[in-house]
Each structure stands twice: as structure tokens, then as C-alpha cells.
Ligand binder design. Structure first.
Ligand code: G3P
Ligand code: MG
Length: 343
């Protein structure tokens, strides 16, 4: 009958669409749920007129925890499953670097969690700033180093080994110490402490940042400075010190590499859900940051939805990077509009 035909068409259309969600400022503020986020995910997880699941991945510039515990935490907060196979955080694609660098300095995050992240990615020898302070506390003159920190660190004689690359994984908890240590390495001879490079460029070890956001929405009433701000500060200091620009690589949204990675994750998640390894034609990205989510999604040919629950506080649409599908009060409105358009 006609009703059945319409139903079949709708199921077909539903199988040809998918969502990519930003997390901070769209689904949560810090650890606090944005209530419309739960409803939006309930709908995509089957609470819809067709009773079918609509694939979605999470593409966040967040960082600082291994994927598994972070997904467990998000599952709790969102009241909906967040599987590691549908989840990409800023440093996830950086696991590919493990085959190129043996000894790396990993910067950022709480305690020693980013060491854990890097080790899970397969990095063989992961150094964190505390290991260096434990070896030589005079390197960070303003740092109070506790006994507990000392007990958990892994000092060695860093004047006798080279660091192959610097990986900033997450927000620095101590700008003064982290910038000092990074700077020491950048001006050293091939990443060896207690040396000074004769040529600042050819002897400089590479530095990678997991994401470039200037601001991050949190529980605070206005967004907080994020890793991009840390990088800009470091770049300015490096230039003042050496007279040359710091070459660096940035991951995360809106970088192309991250969207390519998201494509792969989306393709295999489609297979998990619909049994066919094929990208849907209609991908909707829901984000709150025009300079990261929206510009990246636009460049990548996705339908972009900008929400008003995070970084964006402007008028009708963002002036520099307008969302091509529209601006919405929250993620639920965006999801409903996308479903209405496609089904
Ligand atoms: O800006 C840092 C990060 O927490 C942003 O996360 O989910 O908005 O990409 P997200
Ligand atoms: Mg966001």
C-alpha cells in the first residue's frame, strides 16, 4: 500500500544519513548535561517514528583521558551509549605518530593521565614534564613539586638522551613550567636538555598540538581559554627568543586530517549499524564553535548546524563561518530539523 511505500522510502532515507556531534557546548557543559542533548540522542538511538537507529559519531576537540574511560563517563552523563568505535577526541588520530617517534614528551592534562593515553596509542617511551622536574627541579623555578608527584615520576639523566618529538595532548595545568620545558627542548640540539642548537631550525625537534581552539565552553558563564591560546603564547615567545617562526602541526577540528579520520570512523560505524560499509550522502555536523566545527564541516561538504548553547553568541548566523544548514537554539532543534528535511 501507499503507507508501506512511504515507510520504505523513509527507512531508505534514514539509512543514508548520519550525524557528527561536537561534545562541549552541544551535549554538555563540562560534566553537566545539556538536557536537549539526551533527547536528541534518544531519538537517534531508536526513539523515532521508524524505530530505527540513525548512525552518529562524536567528534570532539576534548582531550586528556584515554578513550575508554571518557566514553564510559559520557555514557553516564548523556544517558545514551557512547562507544569507543564512534568516538574521536582531539588526540585520537595522533596514535598514528607512534610509529615515527620513540621517545616523546607529552604535555598537558591532569596528573599522569596523558602518559597513559600515549602508552595506549603505542608510544614506546613517554616522558612527561614531571619526569624532567624530578631529574632537575631547577628547570622549573616556580614549580612546587610534591613528594607524591616525585614518587610517580620517572626521572632519568635527560642530558644523555634525546626527545624525538613534543606532543601537546591537552590543556596545560601549569603554563610556566610547560612552556619553559618545551622552550628548552625547542632551542636544544635535537631534543637534548643542557644543549643549545647552533641552528634553531635544522636541529629543532617537531612539535604537535592536539587541537587549536582558542576558547572552550565550560561550566563558567563565558568560555575559557583553551589549547590554541597556549600555542599562540608559545609561538610568540619562541619568535621573540629565536627570531624565527615556530613550525608546528595542529590536529583536531577544523584540520583536514581529523575530518578524514572521522570519515573512516563514520564508514565503519555505518557498517556496524546498517551492515554496509558506505558513507551516507547526508552528514550533519552539530557544533557550537564556528571557527572549528562549522568551518571544518563546511570545507568537508557536511551539512553544518550551529547551536547557541556554547561558544557562538552572535546574531542570525556567524559572519565569518556561517553554518550552511542553519542556526538552532540547541542540539535537539538541529536534529529535528535535519530529520524533517531527510525523512
Ligand atoms: O576547546 C576544547 C574542547 O574541550 C572542545 O571540545 O567537544 O567542543 O570539540 P568540543
Ligand atoms: Mg564545542
Amino acid at each position: 500500500s501507499q503507507v508501506q511505500t512511504i515507510e520504505v522510502q523513509k527507512v531508505k532515507a534514514a539509512k543514508n544519513m548520519a550525524f557528527a556531534f561536537d561534545i562541549d557546548g552541544v551535549l554538555v557543559h563540562g560534566d553537566r548535561l545539556i538536557p536537549e542533548g539526551k533527547r536528541a540522542l534518544d531519538i537517534l538511538n531508536g526513539d523515532n517514528e521508524l524505530g530505527i537507529k540513525i548512525p552518529h559519531i562524536f567528534l570532539t576537540n576534548g582531550s586528556g583521558k584515554p578513550e575508554k574511560p571518557r566514553c564510559e563517563q559520557l555514557t553516564q552523563i548523556l544517558g545514551n551509549p557512547v562507544n569507543t568505535e564512534q568516538f574521536i577526541q582531539s588526540h585520537t588520530p595522533m596514535s598514528a605518530l607512534a610509529e615515527y617517534y620513540k621517545t616523546v614528551l607529552v604535555v598537558g592534562g591532569v596528573g599522569y593521565r596523558c602518559r597513559e593515553v600515549a602508552e595506549q596509542y603505542g608510544f614506546k617511551d613517554v616522558v612527561v614534564p614531571n619526569d624532567i622536574i624530578a631529574w632537575d627541579p631547577t628547570i622549573a623555578p616556580y614549580r612546587e613539586f610534591t613528594q607524591q608527584e616525585a614518587a610517580m615520576s620517572r626521572p632519568r639523566d635527560f642530558s644523555k638522551c634525546n626527545i624525538d618529538a613534543i606532543l601537546v595532548f591537552s590543556d596545560s595545568r601549569d603554563y610556566a613550567t610547560d612552556i619553559q620545558i618545551i622552550m628548552d627542548l625547542l632551542v636544544s640540539e635535537n631534543g637534548r636538555f643542557y644543549t643549545k642548537a647552533k641552528d634553531p631550525v635544522s636541529q629543532r625537534i617537531p612539535i604537535y598540538f592536539s587541537q587549536g581552539d582558542l576558547l572552550c565552553p565550560t561550566e563558567h558563564w563565558t568560555p575559557r581559554l583553551s589549547q590554541g591560546a597556549f600555542r599562540i603564547g608559545l609561538e610568540a615567545m619562541y619568535r621573540a627568543m629565536t627570531g624565527v617562526d615556530l613550525e608546528r602541526v595542529v590536529y583536531g577540528k577544523p584540520e583536514l586530517a581529523t575530518y578524514k579520520y572521522a570519515d573512516e570512523v563514520m564508514t565503519s560505524w555505518m557498517e556496524q549499524l546498517h551492515g554496509e560499509e558506505k558513507l551516507p550522502e547526508n552528514i550533519y555536523m552539530v557544533g557550537d564553535n564556528p571557527a572549528s566545527d562549522i568551518i571544518g564541516g563546511n570545507m568537508y561538504g557536511w551539512n553544518t548546524c550551529l547551536v547557541r548553547t556554547g561558544v557562538f553568541q552572535g546574531g542570525d548566523n556567524d559572519e565569518n563561518n556561517p553554518a550552511n544548514f542553519g542556526v538552532f537554539a540547541n542540539v535537539l532543534d538541529a536534529v529535528q530539523a535535519a530529520l524533517k528535511k531527510q525523512l
